[in-house]
Design a protein around this ligand. Structure first.
Ligand SMILES: [Zn+2]
Length: 318
């Protein structure tokens, strides 16, 4: 479950804006968000390195945004890039192991909810984005890695230890490539933006584009694929196919009404990959069900997700 401090939200507070904090691998963003999802104020900074510095930066961001809202704040929602379990956060890219963030922040005087970024984004997508009105929904991030926020029956699914949604580390190739998690053949070793980039380099080195003197960037491959370069299109479609195979597994596991895609690779290539992903899911899943959709929230997903943590907490959805 997301961790909380003991300040129940009253009906009046539900009409107040929320302070949303999106703690990322490289950035720290904050916003004052209205209950309707409007960004009333916004702040972005490079994330400090140490835990104490991060806590200090979050505290001053909360103060700054609370002041912008003249102190009438419903609560603070914080989205973090790690596993949140029993009020403690483990995040490798922050070098946090069982870190008690809420405790370190101290009493802010307003309710505080902390959750994993994928889970927060899934709730945000359901409240403000493509998942509106859907009770069974998966938000799938296809970026440097692959991760998911899973909503079942209108509630986020955490699992027993908070790791539900780590779908990128499900093995799809026996004795496949070694993954950062220590296993081989994880889905994200095939279907992530990182895997796509690896295949671009391999293609370039094997002479796919004899006229090019430098290896094209993923963005250039997307542009080439869009303008009819068949080799570039084949590379993008290959990644799409691998994404689709994993999505068919997700459909078989969770039977969602929709999988909403976000993340750098999915957003940059959606027009090129959507049909291929849908076709693969249609062919491979036990049922053809589940729409494959692109996020509507874009870069604001983290902040709107963090705001939703506070907005939804009385309904038991977070
Ligand atoms: Zn892995």
């Amino acid at each position: 479950m997301p961790q909380r401090t003991e300040h129940p939200i009253s009906r009046t507070q539900e009409l107040r804006p929320t302070v949303a904090i999106d703690l990322g691998g490289t950035h720290l963003r904050g916003a004052l968000v209205s209950p309707g999802g409007e960004m009333l104020a916004h702040s972005r900074a490079t994330r400090p390195r140490g835990a104490a510095e991060i806590v200090g930066a979050i505290r001053s961001l909360v103060q700054q945004l609370s002041d912008e809202g003249r102190g009438a704040i419903a609560g603070v929602g914080i989205s973090v890039p790690g596993v949140v379990s029993g009020g403690r956060i483990t995040a490798n890219n922050l070098d946090w192991h069982d870190f008690a963030l809420a405790e370190a922040l101290g009493d802010l005087g307003i309710p505080l909810v902390v959750a994993n970024d994928m889970k927060a984004a899934a709730l945000g997508e359901r409240r403000f984005g493509r998942g509106r009105g859907l009770d069974n929904l998966i938000l799938l991030t296809v970026s440097t890695g692959i991760g998911a926020g899973i909503i079942i029956g209108g509630r986020i699914y955490d699992g027993a230890h908070g790791i539900a949604g780590e779908v990128g580390h499900t093995v799809v190739v026996v004795n496949g490539l070694l993954c950062s998690c220590g296993r081989r053949g994880c889905w994200e070793m095939l279907a992530s933006g990182t895997a796509h980039n690896r295949r671009i380099i391999e293609a370039f080195e094997s002479g796919t584009w004899p006229n090019l003197t430098a290896c094209p960037t993923p963005q250039q491959v997307t542009e080439r694929a869009t303008s009819g370069d068949r080799a570039a299109l084949a590379l993008v479609r290959r990644t799409a196919r691998y994404i689709g195979i994993g999505c068919a597994n997700l459909v078989n596991l969770y039977d969602p009404q929709a999988i909403v895609f976000t993340g750098g690779f999915a957003r940059a290539n959606w027009e090129l990959i959507a049909d291929e992903v849908r076709r693969e899911v249609h062919e491979q899943a036990l049922i053809p069900g589940g729409d494959m959709l692109l996020t509507e929230l874009g870069d604001d997903a983290g902040l709107l997700g963090a705001a939703t943590l506070v907005l939804e907490r009385e309904r038991g959805a977070a």
